[in-house]
Design a protein around this ligand. Structure first.
Ligand code: NAD
Length: 490
């Protein structure tokens, strides 16, 4: 099969596209139409070698640039991203199957925000100095070297921004491997960096599947790996990184709870539940797929949830700006999510709405699934225990605060959680007991650049965004200075 426009996407090394020598390619499909979008050259031995060489050379220059200069250049990339918002949003929409309505508002903008945040922080990094007797020492925050970024397919350009921003701001270089399902976002970012004046080799993009990712994690010249993906893959990436004791950041999956108390504003709570299950057609790591609703408001909550889900969700061609619910990333993922829906039915959960595949008139060949709500779920059902990564909400009934906190925490994962309540003391008391890296109170899903994000338990290691993340891309060097004659027993 040939893509309509005969496009072949190449690896992006040392400031330009680079052809591989093996001739090996893989295909990328539009999830909303099933059509071949373009083919991509895999990073072979030649590409891998030049990627490392160029990142090494670039590190020598980039790490020596004054932080304020790096900041100025990265801020040019921020302007460029914002200028190209609509064009980039369209690329993300075609690759991911997400609504253009969303990618235009969120995907590029939140990537640019994080780049701006870390560009502004770059010149603020300082060491410390302390006297110790007659001598003294001082510390320097030095960059790590070449960092690897490995991305998931749900927010391709945003993930590439979130990983490269702190890395580059701190003076590192990065070799980024986007998901093989959505390789264009990171490539576009690489072009933006070059246009903005980031030197060639500071941000290289290599393409491929697990094998290319595994090569990065095992490579002796790579100092750190920042990974976004599934828990199981994260474990392999940590194992691979252990061979050279690399530093790792792991942004992994979740099975997050939303707790809706009896004093919550019901419409707002439903907004939170719908945002946290149906935004990006449910393909968001922090999704609150376990919605615990207090017995006193359970029935009212369900009536309005059904109405709003059936009336307000518009599924169709993601390029149509009125569409607010898109296609699953692939046929394979579509079938996986449908498998979970079958398990939910089999294990006795009741369907409130949805539960089937779907062929909208405007995109009849896409991999769509109806927004699905299961009710009367129990904690041990597969749909309440495993990450589905699709538009499948499970609603569970609860009776008291201690009980719901215990049930919410009964998960191997701990990425996010939400509390809906007008009682501020209760909301904070509960948030403090929830085992999750992010807790939203009367809100869900918002992730500003200033706020650290990452998981407790098996949902992750380290954080992205927020001031503390910059430190994760530096190492501290202590310099001890002797001011008096050095005594020695020898
Ligand atoms: P995935 O784990 O299948 O793949 C992620 C990346 O890892 C891809 O680039 C893939 O090619 C690469 N990879 C696969 N095997 C590898 C290996 N052995 N070594 C190195 N790299 C390897 O995940 P996905 O299906 O792309 O994304 C969905 C998952 O990502 C979900 O679990 C979701 O929760 C998670 N996610 C987490 C966050 C977060 O911030 N916590 C954000 C987005 C997505």
């Amino acid at each position: 099969m040939k893509p309509k426009n005969n496009e072949t996407l190449l690896n992006f090394i040392d400031g330009d596209f680079a052809a591989n020598q093996s001739g090996k390619t893989f295909d990328v499909f539009n999830p909303a139409t099933g059509e071949l979008l373009y083919v991509v050259e895999e990073a072979d031995k030649h590409i891998r070698e030049i990627a490392i060489d160029s990142a090494k050379r670039a590190f020598k220059l980039w790490s020596q640039r004054p932080a304020v200069e790096r900041s100025r250049i990265l801020l040019c990339a921020v302007s460029e991203l914002r200028k190209r918002n609509n064009e980039l949003a369209r690329i993300e929409c075609l690759d991911t199957g997400k609504p253009l309505q969303e990618t235009t508002e969120v995907d590029v903008a939140t990537g640019a925000d994080v780049l701006e945040f870390f560009a502004c922080l770059a010149p603020t990094q300082t060491g410390q100095q302390q006297s110790v007797g007659d001598d003294f020492y001082y510390t320097r925050k030095e960059p790590l070297g070449i960092c690897a970024g490995i991305g998931a397919w749900n927010y391709p350009l945003q993930i590439a921004c979130w990983k490269s921003a702190p890395a580059l701001a701190a003076g590192n270089t990065m070799i980024f491997k986007p998901s093989e399902k959505t390789p264009r976002g990171a490539t576009e970012l690489a072009k933006v960096f070059i246009d903005a004046g980031v030197p060639p080799g500071v941000f290289n993009v290599v393409h491929g599947e697990a094998e290319v990712g595994a090569w990065l994690t095992g490579h002796k010249d790579i100092a750190k790996v920042s990974f976004t993906g599934e828990v199981g893959t994260g474990r392999k990436v940590m194992e691979g990184s252990a061979s050279t004791l690399k530093d790792v950041t792991m942004e992994l999956g979740g099975k997050s709870p939303l707790l809706v108390f009896d004093d919550a504003d019901i419409e707002e709570a439903i907004s939170g539940a719908m945002l946290g299950n149906f935004y990006s057609q449910g393909e968001v790591c922090t999704n609150c797929t376990r919605v615990y609703v207090h017995d006193a408001i359970y029935d009212t909550f369900l009536v309005r949830l059904k109405e709003r889900t059936e009336q307000n969700i518009i599924t169709g061609d993601p390029l149509d700006l009125s569409t607010n619910f898109g296609a699953m990333i692939s046929k394979e993922h579509h079938d996986l999510v449908m498998g979970y829906i079958q398990k939910g039915k089999f294990e006795g959960a009741k369907l409130l709405t949805g539960g089937d595949s779907f062929s909208p008139d405007s995109a009849p060949k896409g991999y769509f699934i109806q927004p699905t709500v299961f009710i009367d779920c129990t904690d041990n059902m597969t749909i309440c225990r495993e990450e589905i990564f699709g538009p499948v909400m499970s609603v569970l009934r609860f009776y008291d605060e201690d009980e719901v906190i215990r049930r919410a925490n009964d998960s191997a994962m701990g990425l996010a959680a939400g509390v809906m309540s007008k009682d501020i003391r209760r909301a904070h008391r509960v948030a403090q007991q929830l085992q999750a890296g992010i807790c939203w109170i009367n809100s869900y899903g918002t992730s500003p650049a200033e706020m650290p994000v990452g998981g407790f338990k098996m949902s992750g290691v380290g954080r992205e965004n927020g001031i503390e993340t910059l430190d994760q891309y530096t190492q501290t060097k202590s310099v001890y200075v002797g001011m008096i004659k050095l005594e020695s027993p020898f």
